[in-house]
Design a binder for this molecule. Structure first.
Ligand SMILES: *Cc1c(COP(=O)(O)O)cnc(C)c1O
Length: 360
């Protein structure tokens, strides 16, 4: 068995110890005689799994009691609709457009009310985060929306926008649990787990309780109402049970790593290995304004599309996989999520240096 270094943006690398544990429990989960995949979501063992997962997430992120944790389905993309349906009481929301995922959320919100694009970095191919210290926030905005880490373009909000008192809603799909966050600064934090936490199929939403009401847009499906899932402890219908079980294991892995402060330090060290190389290299260049660089997704180019393709191919053959950049950006992208070991990045940089020597 040979594991590769997997730089995929998502679904993405998971901690090897978690995969091994899951393998050991595959046929007989702790004496139940069945896999978690085969287990009723109304059973005691599964209730324990979901309760522990929630408790561990709460402790990792220091989530206050007045926030609900929901385990949902439909991907982050379904939240692009659910958010306006649940939160647009005045039918107005402000969106900051820092990439494709923010843009998609904005376009979806326009189906339900007035969505204003109050800032954008489209002018420079989303290679930076706009100054959000004094934006024209709409007086009757129900929320201000951001995509906090832009998976495709490799930018990150290192400072949250000044929302002038409005609730902040953030898609954190690709930076979930990569660093500590102050949950109280958000009305809602959500993300698909397949980037930095677990297998595809689970969305985690952390929502302040007062935002979860029956006052939703007319026609909002029962399944898209946050109240439905909050009232039922995420067990209104069959949840993505196996995915939640793996997420729970990743939460415990993070606790063993020392929690989110420790994870942040590791992520900074890891990203620095790659960024320092890119800053010195004569062949490879990062595409993002330095102060806005993501710790999770690192796009880079040689400036020559043929050479980019040759690099991606050679890297894959050497065991560094999924380095091809997003089709809208070209070049390369290394996603270096929590579960990517630092050796993976160090070896990638060695490989890049050797490639540069041969092709520079
Ligand atoms: C991947 C991604 C999405 C889309 O997630 P799905 O689960 O495929 O709907 C949305 N936002 C961000 C930031 C992402 O990285």
């Amino acid at each position: 068995m040979a594991r590769v270094y997997n730089f995929s943006a998502g679904p993405a690398v998971l901690p090897e110890s978690v995969l091994k544990e899951a393998a050991e429990e595959m046929l007989d989960y702790r004496g139940t005689g069945m896999s978690v995949m085969e287990m009723s979501h109304r059973s005691k063992p599964f209730q324990t799994i979901i309760d522990e997962a929630e408790a561990d997430l709460r402790s990792l992120m220091n989530i206050p009691d007045n926030y609900k944790v929901l385990f949902l389905q439909g991907g982050a993309s379904q939240q692009f609709a659910a958010i306006p349906m649940n939160l647009m009481k005045n039918k107005v929301a402000d969106y900051i457009i820092t990439g494709q995922w923010a843009k998609k959320a904005y376009q979806e919100a326009k189906l339900y009310g007035t969505a204003n694009a109050i800032a954008s970095s489209a002018d420079k191919t989303f290679s930076y985060i706009p100054d959000c210290s004094d934006l024209p926030i709409s007086e009757n905005a129900d929320y201000v929306y951001i995509c906090e880490n832009n998976t495709i373009y490799g930018t990150k909000f290192w400072q949250l926008p000044n929302t002038k008192g409005k609730d902040l809603v953030a898609d954190v799909s690709s930076c979930f649990l990569s660093e500590p966050v102050d949950v109280t600064r958000y009305g809602m934090i959500y993300g698909g787990v397949q980037k930095n936490i677990g297998p595809a199929g689970v969305v985690i939403a952390i929502i302040r309780e007062d935002l979860i009401t029956e006052d939703v847009l007319p026609g909002t499906p029962t399944m898209l109402r946050y109240k439905t899932h909050a009232d039922a402890g995420s067990l209104y219908n069959t949840p993505p049970a196996y995915g939640i079980y793996i997420c729970g294991k990743v939460f415990k892995w993070l606790q063993n790593m020392g929690g989110l402060e420790a994870m942040k330090a590791i992520n900074e060290k890891k990203a620095a290995v790659l960024y320092n190389f890119l800053d010195e290299s004569k062949l490879f260049h990062g595409t993002v304004v330095k102060k806005d660089r993501s710790l999770m997704n690192v796009p880079f180019v040689t400036g020559n599309a043929d050479l980019d393709a040759a690099f991606v191919k050679a890297a894959a053959a050497a065991g560094f996989q999924n380095l091809k950049g997003h089709r809208t950006v070209g070049g390369m992208r290394a996603s270096i999520y929590n579960a990517m070991p630092i050796e993976g990045v160090e070896k990638l940089v060695d490989f890049m240096a050797a490639f540069e020597k041969e092709n520079g």
